[in-house]
Design a protein around this ligand. Structure first.
Ligand code: RIB
Ligand code: CA
Length: 314
């Protein structure tokens, strides 16, 4: 089978950063073709620089990072500094990136790389879907070369940025609509499942015991991120984005069901909601919506992969 070709689109963000570390630590499973950054948790200039900092931390300074869209397709930009801090990865005291961002725009990289690939490419999306949606709009034929999209976003139940909507979808609902209607295999990893992957104090200490610079940075980020989410998550912060990488590594840790999912675009109080048809009455399924995760198995996998990263910034 060999390593699957993978592109990660992200908005680092502490949880994006941990997901990137997991993916970089898994070269047997992933042929990581590149990382594309999008505006989301913090503005694009910070998300792309944070992605470069994380690749240095993981000892992969040559991994290409592409800057993408600085704003959503239609709605006004929203960010999440209150949760992630002004840098987006507060809690990890990382040096300036060792290499510049790539010259190509992320949307052009996605279009060009997917147009010429010899093997279908998996897209792991960890932020708002602006880059991926615009790549699909610019050249819809790239979808023929997309193996699947695994997206952290949405919720069957309560949102997080509003009662109705989860941040990644809320931040660019029109982009999410394009992706959810694209007709490629799509797995939605929403809040209902990521809220089961809680970084409790004991789990953070288990990571800290790895004793490496990447592990220390992860603990710093989790402690910062957790301190800002205690009102919602008393036992520790949820690891939203790492669930995407864990699913790609060990799908047996997860279960879910196929269902019709629509993105609410017009609701005054519900814009950005993933309307999930649990009862199979609204239309043909267009997504696999994950519902359960083996949380202990998830954290065991996270630790095992982080332990492989014993290097720090060169
Ligand atoms: O709602 C959680 C998602 O929004 C995560 O991807 C987090 O990084 C933010 O992008
Ligand atoms: Ca994210």
């Amino acid at each position: 089978m060999g390593a699957r070709p993978l592109i990660i689109d992200c908005d680092p963000g502490q949880d994006d950063a941990i997901a990137l570390l997991m993916a970089i630590a898994s070269p047997e499973e992933f042929d990581l073709l590149g990382v594309t950054a999008v505006a989301g948790n913090v503005p694009l200039a910070k998300t792309e620089a944070n992605a470069r900092r994380i690749r240095d931390l993981a000892g992969r300074p040559e991994l290409p990072v592409y800057a993408g869209c600085p704003r959503p397709m239609v709605r006004a930009p929203v960010t999440a500094e209150a949760v992630h801090g002004p840098s987006g990865i507060d809690g990890a005291d990382l040096p300036e990136p060792s290499r510049p961002v790539e010259g190509a725009h992320a949307v052009d990289f996605l279009v060009q790389r997917l147009a010429k690939t010899s093997r279908p490419v998996t897209l792991a999306t960890l932020g708002p879907l602006t880059n991926v949606a615009l790549a699909i709009i610019k050249n819809p034929t790239i979808l023929d070369n997309v193996a699947e999209i695994v997206a952290m976003g949405g919720a069957v139940g309560l949102g997080n940025v509003t009662p109705a909507a989860e941040f990644n979808i809320y931040a660019d609902p029109h982009a999410a609509h394009v992706v959810f209607e694209a007709g490629v295999p799509l797995t939605m990893i929403g809040l209902d499942i990521t809220r089961q992957a809680i970084a409790t104090s004991a789990r953070i200490e288990a990571i800290r015991s790895l004793g490496t610079p990447p592990a220390a940075a992860v603990c710093g980020m989790l402690e910062y991120y957790g301190a800002r989410t205690t009102a919602t998550y008393r036992h520790g912060p949820p690891l939203h984005d790492p669930c995407v990488i864990a699913y790609l590594l060990k799908p047996e840790l997860f279960n879910g069901q196929d269902m019709w999912v629509a993105i609410e675009l017009a609701g005054e109080h519900s814009q950005g909601r993933t309307v999930c048809d649990l009862y199979g009455r609204s239309g043909a399924p267009n997504a696999r919506v994950l519902e359960r995760v083996d949380a202990d198995g998830f954290f065991a996998l996270l630790n095992e992969r982080l332990a492989r990263l014993s290097v720090s910034t060169p």
